[in-house]
Design a protein around this ligand. Sequence first.
Ligand code: S3P
Length: 169
Amino acid sequence: MKNIILCGFMGCGKTTIALRLADQLQRPYIDTDAAVVERAGKSIREIFEQEGEAQFRLLEQQAAAALSKQGGCIIATGGGTVLNAATAQLLREGGTIFFLDVPEAELQRRLARVTNRPLLNRPDRSAFITRLLAVRRPLYLAAADVVIDCAGKSPDAVCAAILQHCPQE
Ligand code: S3P
C-alpha cells in the first residue's frame, strides 16, 4: 500500500493532519523529526545547537530514506525534508506527496510564539518566515504530487481533501 506523505512549511499542520489520517485510516503514523530524534538520541534543538543544521539535514535525509521503504504509512515530514530533491524522489517512489499550502498570514500567526523550532529562534522571526517561505514554497510545489489549498479549511476538511486523492483508502 502506498504511503501518504505530508510536506509543507513549519506550522502548516503536517503532524495534526497526519495523526488524524492515521486514526481515520487505522494506518501507522510516522514523523521524520521523531525518527531523527531517535537516531541521534537527542532533541532537534540539541542537534542544531551541538552539531549544527548541516548535520541535522544529513540525519533528516537518512531518516526519510529509511522511512520511504515502508508501505501503507502516514508520514509527516519536517519542513525541510522534501527540499532535498533526492529525498523527495525517494519518498515519491513509495507514495503520494501532499503539500499543505497554508497562507503566510496564518503561518505567521501560528508560528509567532512557538519555542520548539530552532530556525525561528531569532529576533527578526516574522521577516525571516516571509523570506524562507518565498524560497521554499516553489520547492514544495515542485516536490508535491498534490497541492492541498488549506486556506480557511478545518483539519477535517484538509483530511477530506487529501482522501479525495486516495481512492483506494
Ligand atoms: C524545520 C522544520 C521542523 C524541524 C526542524 C527544521 C525546517 O519540523 O524539522 O526544526 O527546516 O523547516 P516541522 O516542519 O514539523 O516544524
